[in-house]
Design a protein around this ligand. Structure first.
Ligand code: IZC
Ligand code: ZN
Length: 416
């Protein structure tokens, strides 16, 4: 059978198997939306037909499409007004307690029209794609009431159909207590468990459920109840765990058999051990640590040495990491957390796919997987991390279609 696309390169990193730093000098053959072959050596003549597009990427680096397993994609407004407060020493939780932070984005999201929200999210998806991201997890959590949460999840569903980037949806009503429930947090928890979650699960509007378990937001006891209710409805679990204050969120993630526990700066050794035993993927968000000026990062080295599966994500959101670009996150992962280039590649491909329960479909260049491939203007992968601050992406292939070519979006319906 002839291939639709064949990429020839001397630095193909498949991210399949145990050794993330190995690469081959060979080719990747794509048939329709799938990878057909990844092999060393020259392109066999029988793979080339009259309609085959051969991409000569010798001198460039070929990696799987990047997977961003933690974003707060859909929201209205922005929060640059908080920057001066932060520089004067106000903390994230101070700003939230003053009614700012998440709650100001909730206001902006509720007042925006669906078209405005969608256009803004689409721009972000374009930026992600231009920087090499081909699949992204997207949380709700800025509507909070029934109609606005459903609206945001529906917009994510529409964008998933319309935009090349694949979107994996998470319901995160437990992101903050909305002002209308300020004096009745239990009432809000009852509302999301009894009224919102069953409807979302029945309509298939979200695959995952996430809770912001943090001091002054949702306690571990409240998080356990919310996550337990979601599990009963068939939702897979994620948790914002131990970001700022140690609350045994990692332990809770293990206890609830969550797919991932995210942040983990303040996770205990016991919690990390429990995560390892329960096979919970750690999703680290070093862009957020940087942006919050915390002066510390999650202990990636310790987690890697323990054998925990470590993934990396942008945490793209308007408050703590307004950045869609995973290459920027790579810089913080290397120079802030001392992850090696090979570990970073694995954390943004196959391990990130595990964090969204998609390891069988995406995250590596293997026969049968989706043909999501990024070609970078770099002689090898280490160079991508070494030369920071620029966009290395030359081409992106998503589901077998070239959607970024010569650093420009070229997908049909896109901003050509
Ligand atoms: O809008 O501040 N951490 N949620 C939990 C966020 C950050 C997003 C925000
Ligand atoms: Zn988050």
């Amino acid at each position: 059978m002839t291939a639709d696309i064949i990429i020839r390169s001397n630095h193909i990193y498949s991210c399949a198997g145990e050794q993330p730093d190995t690469f081959i000098d060979g080719y990747v053959a794509i048939v329709k939306d799938r990878i057909q072959t990844v092999a060393a050596g020259e392109i066999p003549a029988e793979l080339c037909g009259p309609a085959t597009r051969v991409i000569d990427a010798r001198g460039q680096t070929v990696v799987p499409g990047l997977v961003d397993p933690h974003t707060h994609l859909i929201h209205g407004g922005s929060r640059e007004n908080e920057l001066a407060l932060k520089l004067k020493g106000a903390t994230y939780l101070d700003i939230l307690n003053m009614g700012g932070g998440i709650l100001s984005t909730v206001k902006a999201t509720r007042t925006a029209t669906p078209d405005e929200l969608k256009a803004k999210a689409r721009q972000s998806l374009d930026q992600m794609l231009l920087h090499g991201t081909t699949s992204v997890e997207a949380k709700s959590g800025y509507g909070l009431d029934y109609n606005h949460e459903i609206k945001c999840l529906q917009l994510a569903w529409e964008l998933n159909m319309e935009h090349p980037v694949d979107i994996i949806s998470t319901y995160m009503g437990a992101h903050a207590i909305p002002v209308e429930y300020k004096h009745d947090p239990q009432g809000y928890i009852d509302f999301i468990i009894n009224e919102v979650m069953p409807s979302i699960a029945a309509d298939g509007l979200a695959e995952f459920l996430d809770v912001f378990c943090e001091e002054g937001v949702f306690s571990p006891e409240q998080a356990r109840i919310i996550l337990g209710a979601g599990q009963m409805l068939g939702l897979k679990l994620k948790i914002h765990a131990d970001e700022i204050i140690p609350l045994q969120g990692a332990e809770l993630a293990a206890e609830m058999q969550a797919v991932s526990a995210d942040h983990l700066l303040a996770a205990s050794d016991e919690g990390l051990q429990a995560m390892k035993e329960a096979d919970v993927t750690a999703v680290l968000l070093p862009g957020t640590s940087f942006y919050l000026m915390l002066g510390k990062y999650a202990q990636a080295r310790k987690m890697l040495d323990m054998g925990i599966r470590v993934a990396l994500a942008s945490d793209y959101n308007p408050g703590t990491c307004p950045c869609e670009n995973l290459q920027t996150i790579m810089t913080f992962a290397c120079f802030g957390m001392h992850m090696t280039p090979a570990e970073i590649l694995q954390a943004m491909t196959i391990n990130a796919a595990y964090a969204v329960d998609r390891a069988a479909q995406i995250g590596s260049l293997e026969p049968g997987k989706r043909a999501d491939v990024v070609i970078m203007n770099a002689p090898n992968w280490d160079y991508v991390i070494y030369h920071f601050g620029i966009n290395h992406v030359d081409k992106v292939i998503k589901n077998g279609c070239v959607v970024v070519d010569g650093t420009q979006l070229v997908y049909e319906g896109g901003d050509l």
